[in-house]
Design a protein around this ligand. Structure first.
Ligand SMILES: Nc1ncnc2c1ncn2[C@@H]1O[C@H](COP(=O)(O)OP(=O)(O)OP(=O)(O)O)[C@@H](O)[C@H]1O
Ligand SMILES: [Mg+2]
Length: 321
């Protein structure tokens, strides 16, 4: 099954086929044509395509039926955790009830939200591996209204080995999250940098994948490998799994290299690449040290606004959330 096939519940542009409204970068060198209403087309953004005007996300009248998205890339340090924290906080700002799942024994997501993992007795590990532990016993309400965390700590490091002996070992997370889906609009799973059994669990539990990747050459090579794993999971475990989008992170528009990598990404993946691009700024590291999202640490910063744009783009691709 193709990663691009349409699924009810998502409105995802097809990878590799730039649409006429969003031409590929090589067609955008010409003067922008006037649109039908006589107004000039918007300027192309960093991805080389004009940024669409997205409608304001619809307010939720009730919470539930969460859309589960995995933030996934086996390459380390590409912005998965930063995206989980800041996309989650921006979705919460838009009135969504969001659960962040720290699915990494490094516990960067837990730490990045100001919680000391060593102080925790109950974590994702216990919810997954111990049948008598309820989801509610582990979940933590963060300081951001509407943003909750299922934390992790070093206990989780043993989970992969332990899972090997479980029945239906790839679906343990899906089962553990099922009761939570009734209470949230969006669940974001922050994966560890690997394509091992834990990541397969995340892909089996999710309806969609967001792939953050640093705007540098080696990032492009890793995406093909990840795509192969996603196709296998679609084929064998989770036919509804979709790639919701690829997100360029740590972008530096002053360097030709960053611009070329983004343009190559759009050539290969077309409109699956989010229009929103996250620029490189030290503010993200500062906010991590402060233990809060950028939207509260530096609410008016360009980085916080970029994740607000991403939240709107994600909701436009996941209308059910
Ligand atoms: N846009 C950005 N600009 C500058 N620094 C960033 C940006 N995004 C993330 N960082 C920093 O880069 C480092 C790695 O980011 P992050 O932890 O989000 O990556 P990750 O993909 O989750 O890593 P891992 O694979 O180890 O889990 C962190 O120090 C983070 O603060
Ligand atoms: Mg991480």
């Amino acid at each position: 099954m193709e990663a691009s096939s349409p699924e009810p519940g998502f409105d995802i542009p097809a990878p590799g086929r730039p649409s006429p409204e969003h031409p590929s970068p090589e067609t955008t060198d010409e003067a922008a044509p006037d649109s039908a209403d006589g107004l000039p087309e918007p300027e192309p953004g960093p991805t080389g395509r004009p940024r669409p005007q997205l409608p304001a996300p619809k307010p939720r009248t009730r919470h539930g039926d969460a859309v589960i998205l995995a933030l996934c890339n086996q390459k380390g340090g590409v912005g998965k955790t930063t995206t989980a924290i800041n996309l989650g906080a921006s979705l919460a700002e838009l009135g969504r009830k969001v659960l962040l799942v720290d699915f990494d024994p490094q516990a960067s997501l837990t730490i990045g939200l100001g919680i000391n993992p060593n102080d925790l007795d109950t974590t994702i590990y216990h919810v997954m591996m111990q049948r008598d532990v309820e989801f509610d016993e582990a979940v933590i309400e963060t300081d951001i209204p509407g943003l909750h965390l299922l934390p992790s700590n070093i206990d989780f490091a043993g989970a992969e080995m332990q899972l090997m002996n479980e029945v239906a070992r790839e679906q343990v997370l899906a089962r553990a999250l099922a009761p939570a889906a009734e209470n949230y609009d969006m669940i974001l799973i922050d994966c560890q940098p690997s394509l091992g059994l834990l990541t397969v669990n995340a892909l089996a539990a999710a309806a969609g994948v967001i792939i953050p990747l640093e705007c540098e050459y080696f990032a492009l090579r890793g995406v093909a490998l990840l795509h192969g794993t996603i196709l296998k999971v679609q084929d064998r475990l989770n036919p509804k799994l979709q790639i919701v989008g690829l997100l360029g992170t740590m972008y530096d528009g002053r360097t030709l290299h960053s611009r070329e990598v983004l343009s190559t990404l759009v050539e290969g993946w077309g409109d699956a690449v989010f229009h929103t691009v996250i620029r490189r700024t030290v503010k993200f590291s500062e906010a991590t040290v402060a233990g809060e999202p950028l939207s509260s640490y530096a609410s008016g910063s360009a980085g916080a606004d970029a994740y607000r744009d991403l939240a709107k783009e994600v909701l436009s691709r996941c209308p059910d959330a």
